[in-house]
Design a protein around this ligand. Structure first.
Ligand SMILES: [Zn+2]
Ligand SMILES: [Zn+2]
Length: 104
């Protein structure tokens, strides 16, 4: 099963408020995915075929279910893909919810 997503526009407003986090969305993703904050940038970008390391937690929406925003770890290249270009994710990546009540 492949998951296709696209980058959301205008997501710079709200910051992660996780108590154990580092105020970054990549940190938010790491906490929920069970990755330590120290090794969050050692995770590869979630985009299929991309060998770069993660730099940001990107706000994305899933094709076919465009209501819920998710956080996935992306390199800068994939984080800057325009929302019109769909991105296929590698299998097995955790998509993390990012509503205000999802910050723990
Ligand atoms: Zn990438
Ligand atoms: Zn958070």
């Amino acid at each position: 099963m492949t998951t296709q997503v696209y980058n959301m526009v205008g997501t710079t407003g709200r910051k992660c408020t996780c108590t154990l986090g580092d105020n970054s969305w990549l940190g938010h993703w790491a906490l929920a995915a069970g990755v330590t904050l120290a090794s969050k940038k050692l995770v590869k970008c979630a985009a299929k075929y991309c060998a770069s390391y993660s730099e940001v937690g990107a706000h994305v929406k899933e094709i076919g279910h465009q209501v819920t925003p998710w956080i996935v770890p992306f390199c800068q290249h994939h984080n800057k893909r325009p929302s019109s270009q769909y991105i296929t994710l590698k299998p097995g990546y955790t998509m993390v919810a990012c509503a205000a009540h999802d910050c723990t």
